[in-house]
Design a protein around this ligand. Structure first.
Ligand code: AMP
Length: 436
């Protein structure tokens, strides 16, 4: 017990951490490229924030507990609800559109399995305040950009639109709560149960058939799907408009540079209940689960007491991408970066001189590891070579007396002695070492 981590929660060792940082760096580059301002919200939030609209799937899997003050709180299962809270409160006065980004740890009491951990990181993009298909297309673009920069070249999208089903259900006066339940059942592939629930709530056989037929429409030929779907949808004007909206989003994303395969799937549903329109998932062919998911949520901010504010966003599964790269593309895993310089004191040099030299070198931007095991020179060299160091800086009593350092190039097997004050010469001698 003492040596275990809680089930489904992982320690991240240096190699994993290096990969996580690389993915996060890419996400932050794309934040900058598209103008998303990063925010951070608390890991612990009130239960109600997520109970309201995050969906059954998430509600059932929340880490919830009563804090010492008797309040019901949760470890956040996702971040969009927190963003909606921010927009409805502290950012209320900020003129739209808002582009917000986050990188955050999330917690779900899932059964641990491949790609499903109880603690995992998401990187999110949220574009708030616009109904325009340009905004939806931008979310596809940023997702594409992140995956491309990470090196997931065979990425593909699955895109759909829950507005189409919602409009059909609405025409039968199925209320939003029941719509949410039907969509959740469809997401879980519980089709029979979903159809039963529709019938129970006043949807006639024609309506059920329409949904059943729409669900069969899946493929990469947007033109064909849109023709087939328009035939089915002609009596439902609003749903038809949603189909046109989806086609426009895809067209704009293509124009914006999204070159990957896009599978249009009119039966696509997602576990989160707050989606109102365009939805999508992104993955790679050798996986059966998504690496990124998102969509439009036009009612959530208002539900939290904010002004009616349309919004669209996505949450990239950093932890799942990491697992995929570590297992399937191990050769692309970055190695943790370590200093390339080892500073060793020999022959009774004072510890104070060693510290002084380290301070000056680091002040110049060089990462320096100080030898602290009192190793003799040969074993220090052996250690430095094994650790991939390029230089050793050796200081003895003589160097100390003359305020000098000896720089040994381990690759070229050359050694020079330089005054500690001659920064220019030191820089020159340490060529090839990246500065921090
Ligand atoms: P969601 O918030 O459910 O839309 O999930 C968005 C993305 O987060 C998914 O596509 C996954 O990549 C990732 N994700 C969701 N749940 C987990 C989990 N339990 N463990 C690891 N990654 C997850």
């Amino acid at each position: 017990m003492l040596l275990d981590t809680p089930r489904g929660m992982d320690d991240l060792l240096p190699r994993e951490m290096a990969l996580k940082r690389r993915i996060e760096d890419v996400i932050r580059e794309v934040f900058k490229l598209y103008g998303y301002l990063e925010v951070e919200t608390p890991t612990v939030e009130y239960y109600e924030l997520f109970a309201l609209k995050s969906g059954e799937e998430i509600r059932e899997r929340m880490f919830d507990f009563i804090d010492k003050g008797g309040r019901r709180v949760v470890l956040r299962p996702e971040v969009t609800a927190s963003i909606a809270r921010l927009v409805a409160s502290k950012l209320k006065a900020m003129p739209p559109p808002l582009r917000l980004g986050y990188i955050a740890d999330c917690y779900r009491y899932d059964e641990p399995q491949w790609g499903r951990r109880r603690r995992f990181w998401q990187g999110g993009f949220e574009l708030i305040g616009s109904k325009d298909p340009l905004a939806d297309a931008e979310i596809l673009e940023v997702s594409y950009e992140v995956f491309s920069r990470i090196g997931l070249r065979d990425q593909y999208f699955k895109v759909g639109h829950v507005g189409i089903f919602r409009e059909i259900l609405k025409s039968y006066r199925v209320n939003e709560k029941i719509q949410d339940r039907i969509l959740t059942l469809l997401d879980r592939k519980m089709i029979v149960e979903a159809f039963d629930l529709m019938r129970k709530n006043g949807v006639d056989e024609d309506g059920v058939k329409v949904i059943e037929n729409l669900m069969k429409l899946e493929g990469t030929d947007l033109r064909k799907i849109s023709i087939d779907a328009s035939n089915i949808l002609s009596p439902w004007k609003e749903a038809y408009r949603d189909l046109e909206d989806l086609c426009e989003i895809i067209d704009l994303a293509r124009e914006g540079g999204v070159e990957s395969k896009m599978v249009v799937s009119l039966g696509l549903a997602r576990g989160l209940e707050y989606y109102t329109g365009f939805i999508f998932e992104q993955s790679v062919p050798d996986l059966r689960i998504a690496l990124n998911g998102g969509g439009r949520y036009d009612n959530l901010i208002e539900l939290f007491g904010g002004n009616p504010t349309p919004a669209v966003g996505c949450a990239i599964g950093i932890t799942r991408i990491m697992q995929y790269i570590l297992e399937k593309k191990a050769e692309e895993t970055p190695t943790p970066s370590r200093p390339r310089i080892l500073l060793t004191g020999v022959a009774d040099v004072s510890k104070r001189y060693v510290m002084k030299v380290a301070r000056i070198l680091r002040g110049m931007g060089f990462g320096v590891e100080v030898e602290v095991l009192s190793r003799k020179l040969p074993s220090a060299i052996e250690y430095a070579l094994k650790s991939g160091m390029k230089f050793m800086i050796i200081v003895g009593r003589r160097e100390e007396a003359e305020e000098k350092i000896s720089i040994r190039d381990l690759e070229l097997r050359r050694q020079v002695e330089l005054p500690l004050s001659d920064e220019e010469k030191i820089m020159e001698a340490l060529t090839g070492v990246e500065r921090v």
